[in-house]
Design a protein around this ligand. Structure first.
Ligand SMILES: Nc1nc2c(ncn2[C@@H]2O[C@H](COP(=O)(O)OP(=O)(O)OP(=O)(O)O)[C@@H](O)[C@H]2O)c(=O)[nH]1
Ligand SMILES: [Mg+2]
Length: 438
């Protein structure tokens, strides 16, 4: 007798019609239960298969090295529809970046305490509503648990005096809540609209401030070097401060929002390997980022991002040089046994800014021991980085593993397409190898 004859069992002899009805009801209920169990087993199998086919990437590196930008660049290339679907939500962040940059200029002029021209004094007065915009946007982009690091009411003089005017430091977990901004009637939406109206009304004055020679002289005198992102948004103000402005791909790539904690991003490829899921873990860049590693023992890929352009900055109270600090962080990640099986990628980022800095006369060897009197050009300096990072990886990894190194400019999507192609192939090859080894 085969299995199919076992169920349902044959009806008993002399079965009454009431007994028959009860039996059929029980059989129906048992059949339903059995089908539910089958469906649950099937769903579990699909889920496990899906998880198994996901590619997991862990992004590590110092703050401002460009981790989130690398991720945005990947999303733009592999899931452009999803990337652009989020464009509207970036509007407020972009306004905030622009307004923050304008406020740096206004503060620098104010602190300069010089006899500024009548034209500048008028601009200061006419642009003063932007301080309020900075405060309200900061507020609307921040959740209660997230502290914005900038405040229009209480500008930190040391920040303005710093040789480098760093970008806005809002946490990106705050931005996540911005998705709600587009809901009609939401108070934040009102604030974003209000910010837009004020910025648009200030269009000509913003342009005049940025074009004013005295302002640039103040920046020079106070040794305030605007970072690339501030200069970008000021240079693009003629477009951003228009009523019909819509965020472009470049604006989104440039928009700075500090990552807080760990963020998980699932990117479903819309281009090559259609439907392939990439799960990226974007980790807050801080010196203690190694503490996150134990949570990621199942990631197959580690992408470490290092900024080439920060070698002349000191890190922390111990005055440790940025190059040495980054190498120290890299060493900790290389020797971590939990990541022993992962494939490693090192992205030496911000090559454009390194090039600018070296060409402006900053000598790499004055900041980094061991560089000696080598040629002070982008190629030689990045090779020096590569050599040092390679040796640390070779000497401190628990066992030999793949390391790919790339000198990149994360905001250059054209060049990044080729780089991501190479990394994707390496990741696929290593997972195939792993499959055959298991
Ligand atoms: N010029 C230039 N700017 C870049 C490049 N990569 C990133 N940036 C800018 O650098 C700033 C910091 O980049 P993020 O991606 O936010 O840095 P992060 O490593 O995620 O920083 P945390 O979230 O604080 O850990 C942003 O304004 C980016 O637009 C690059 O290659 N060239
Ligand atoms: Mg980030």
């Amino acid at each position: 007798m085969n299995d199919s004859c076992d169920w349902p069992p044959p009806p008993p002899k002399d079965e009454t019609s009431a007994e028959k009805a009860l039996r059929l009801e029980r059989e129906e209920s048992a059949k339903k239960k059995s089908e539910e169990i089958d469906a649950a087993i099937e769903q579990d199998r699909v889920e496990r298969e899906k998880r198994g086919s996901q590619r997991k990437v862990l992004l590590l590196g110092q703050s401002q090295s460009g981790k989130s930008t690398l991720l945005k660049s990947f999303q733009l290339l592999y899931a452009p529809l999803a990337f652009r679907a989020e464009a509207e939500a970036w509007r407020a962040v972009i306004y905030l970046n622009l307004v923050h940059s304008i406020n740096i200029l206004l503060e620098v002029v104010e602190i300069a305490n010089i006899r500024t021209s009548r034209a500048i004094r008028q601009l200061q007065i006419r642009l003063s509503p932007l301080k309020h915009v900075l405060a309200t946007l900061t507020q609307s982009l921040s959740s209660d648990s997230v502290r914005a690091r900038q405040s229009a009411d209480n500008p930190d003089i040391d920040v303005w005096r710093a040789r480098r005017a760093s970008g806005i430091s809002l946490h990106s977990s705050a931005w996540r809540s911005l998705a709600k901004v587009s809901e009609p009637g939401n108070v934040s939406q009102y604030e974003v609209d209000n910010a837009r109206n004020i910025i648009v009304a200030c269009h000509d004055d913003i342009l005049a401030l940025w074009a004013n020679e005295d302002v640039h002289k103040c920046l020079q005198d106070q040794r305030v070097a605007l970072d690339g992102q501030a200069s970008y948004f000021l240079a693009e103000a003629h477009r951003i401060a228009c009523s019909d402005y819509f965020p472009t791909d470049d604006d989104i790539l440039r928009a700075r929002l500090e990552t807080f904690g760990i963020e998980e991003h699932c990117i479903v490829s819309e281009t090559v390997d259609y439907g392939q899921e990439w799960v990226w873990y974007d980790v807050e860049g801080s010196r203690s980022s190694r503490v996150w590693v134990p949570y990621f023992d199942d990631v197959q890929t580690v992408m470490f991002v290092c900024s080439l352009a920060n070698f002349d900055l000191d890190v922390g109270d111990d005055g440790m040089n940025n190059f040495t600090e980054c190498l120290r962080l890299w060493k900790g990640i290389c020797e971590n046994r939990l990541l022993a099986e992962s494939v490693f990628f090192l992205f030496l980022n911000k090559s454009d800014l390194l090039d600018d800095k070296l060409k402006s006369g900053v000598f790499f060897g004055s900041y980094v021991e061991g560089f000696g009197h080598r040629s002070n050009d982008c190629h030689t300096v990045s090779q020096f980085y590569k050599d040092n990072f390679f040796v640390v990886h070779r000497d401190f990894s628990p066992k030999p593993r793949l390391l790919q190194m790339h000198v990149i400019c994360a905001i250059d999507t054209l060049a990044m397409a080729d780089i991501f192609d190479q990394t994707r192939h390496a990741i696929l090859a290593s997972s195939m190898e792993r499959m055959y080894t298991l």
